[in-house]
Design a protein around this ligand. Structure first.
Ligand SMILES: C[S@@+](CC[C@H](N)C(=O)[O-])C[C@H]1O[C@@H](n2cnc3c(N)ncnc32)[C@H](O)[C@@H]1O
Length: 323
């Protein structure tokens, strides 16, 4: 017998609605990725009958599937009543969602890492740092406001598509950026810098941040954008000790990341991201502010504070200065 709902449900209607919508959206995206629907939309306008034929789905399901994609803003109707993919960027963005293909597997099995790979290395970053920078866009304005004025010599460690340092370089032509990343990603950094026309302000360094030799006291601002979550605690301590050597007296370190609350039960997007991260990155995890504050203090940083850069996505700046 199916139990009747209790008089006082523990789950609130908004929660139920969110969970239902989240699961439904996720199922639609997963099916479209599996069936090659996005690839088909990418080739040009398609009507439901053609989509059904090309993607091997039942003809009567295709209109509803296309309607669902349209409601997610991923397709729209064209003048002839067919459907088109909304943006050429979509396939590129889906690379980030592909991570979820191995979500369950990641919970079961620890990913294999080559013993001589640098901590944090993953060739997939070459495909995902661009979409990640786009996801972070709402936080960039506030980050730039907070960090402009920290000094002209900027070091961006694990720069990826360099969203944070590029914005600083654009805001102030005096800023020069040394951007360090691994061979699989540095070409993407180069491309992003060139697309912004900022080559003259950037010095790109292809190296492991745990091995690279940089001058002591050479930087006014060191940015660690979405990188500390790739490392375990002792590796983060080691990294911050290196950073403390590179930061000039009174200089600043800026950790920009997904930072859970101290109970590690929110914000929601942060903890959801954290659950995927631990399955994908062998020593990765999200750290609360108190962890960063402790490591920073140990490395000689003070005046440690935090700023919420954007609510959606919830991205936090943890900033500290060297004495
Ligand atoms: C999650 S991405 C963040 C990219 C960028 N900072 C951002 O906030 O969008 C992490 C970046 O750190 C780089 N990375 C990871 N481990 C590294 C290491 N040991 N040395 C250099 N770069 C590393 C990756 O290649 C990747 O580009």
């Amino acid at each position: 017998m199916i139990p009747a709902p209790t008089a006082a449900p523990v789950l609130q209607p908004e929660q139920l609605s969110f969970l239902f919508e989240a699961r439904a959206a996720s199922a639609v995206l997963a099916a479209c990725l599996d069936l090659g629907v996005f690839d088909r939309l990418d080739k040009g306008p398609v009507d439901p009958v053609t989509l059904a034929r090309d993607c091997g789905i039942r003809e009567e399901t295709a209109p509803a599937l296309l309607s669902a994609l349209t409601s997610l803003g991923l397709a729209e109707t064209d003048q002839r009543g067919g459907f088109v993919g909304v943006t050429a960027d979509l396939k590129w963005f889906l690379e980030l969602l592909r991570r979820y293909d191995s979500f369950t597997d990641g919970l079961r099995h620890r990913p294999e890492v080559s013993v001589d790979a640098p901590p944090g290395a993953d060739v997939a970053f070459g495909r995902t740092v661009g979409p990640l920078a786009s996801v972070c866009k709402p936080a960039i304005g506030e980050a730039t406001k907070q960090l402009t004025g920290s000094g002209a010599r900027v070091l961006d460690l694990g720069a990826g598509a360099a969203p944070w340092s590029l914005a600083l370089a654009e805001a102030d032509p005096q800023v020069t950026v040394t951007a360090v990343d691994l061979p699989a990603v540095l070409p993407v950094t180069r491309q992003a810098v060139a697309a912004a026309g900022r080559e003259g302000q950037f010095h790109l360094v292809e190296n492991d941040i745990f091995r690279v030799a940089l001058d002591d006291d050479a930087f006014d601002l060191v940015i660690l954008g979405n990188i500390c979550h790739l490392f375990d605690e002792s590796t983060n301590r080691r990294l911050l000790r290196r950073v403390a050597n590179w930061v000039a007296p009174s200089g600043t370190v800026a950790i920009i990341d997904f930072v859970p609350n101290e109970r590690r039960d929110g914000p929601r997007l942060v903890t959801l991201f954290g659950a995927e991260l631990v399955g994908r990155v062998p020593s990765g995890q999200l750290y609360p502010f108190s962890s960063y504050a402790g490591w920073l203090r140990e490395s000689g940083f003070e005046r440690i504070d935090r700023t919420e850069l954007s609510a959606n996505p919830p991205i936090t700046l943890v900033r500290a200065r060297l004495a």
